[in-house]
Write a protein that binds this ligand. Sequence first.
Ligand code: ZN
Length: 341
Amino acid sequence: MTRKAGRLAVLFGGVLALWLAVALVAWSGTRDARRAPLAVPADTVVLLTLDGVRMRELLLGADPGLSGAGGDPRGTLMPFLMGALVPEGVFLGDPARGSRFGLGHPVGVSMPNYQALFAGRVTACLRNECPPVRGGTLITSVVDRFGAGALGVFTSYGALCPALRVPPEAQPRCSAGLRRGYAGAPRQTAPEWGARDAAIIDAALQRLRAAPPRFLYIALEETDPAAHVGNYPAYLRLLREYDGYIRALATELARQAATGRRVTLLITADHARGSGDGWRQHRWNVPGTDDLWLAAAGHGIAPRGRLAEGPARSSRDVRATVEYLLGLGVRPALPEILNGA
Ligand SMILES: [Zn+2]
């Protein structure tokens, strides 16, 4: 090798080393940024689940093929959620846009999916009658860091609190024995549908106004039994009522945000349900059960509207996302819905 060639080789080697160093620093910087906690955590995260609500009525309105659809106009039955909240936040799971948000637990039954939502993993639960979830969950993360007083859980699905191991002091409205066993369930008449959910949302709003917890979980659940007994008009009416509840929650959160509080709202379902005549049911072998959705808005959430494409996600990603928003975790499981993650 000539001296000139040697100098060139040294120069080339130096340039290569410099490039590698820059690339490594950039790569590790990116990785560190993705692994860092949210700079300013949310003061309150509200998670709302709507039991067995499929996206058909959210995106397209009532299914004219189902008896009882009536003369409902085309278009969403939840105009506030889809027309006001989502444009300021995000919606995951619109199949027309190639966005996928699936079941947390493949069995497609309620309790296994509530456990997967809170545990962030598939649990051993396979039916609605399950022992309390084992290991860490979103509930234990919040309670361990902030104390049970920082947690509020409101639902009329009484089995949910023991199955999720909600501490008694955090469950002022966790009524027992109000659902399950549809075959023997009381046949509610139309005017009665919605009374339990209305009481739950009232209690949750009172708590949110009086002493907002760090993490507030609200589970509305009457849509599922209404569907199981095939009462489509009641199911549609409940969706309209839920839209009003979401408006009330968002209005209160906006009022708090105006005072400087950092607040986030996430909305999803435990499972979806079948289509056509299969709409009454949900299960691993009922097509459509896996077509879940998630809407979110507020502190930490990017205003990206209905997301297109992107990686397939599931409700198992919600736990890490809420923990990230609360400053409890460093893994933003759904970076596409987050600001700067
Ligand atoms: Zn369910």
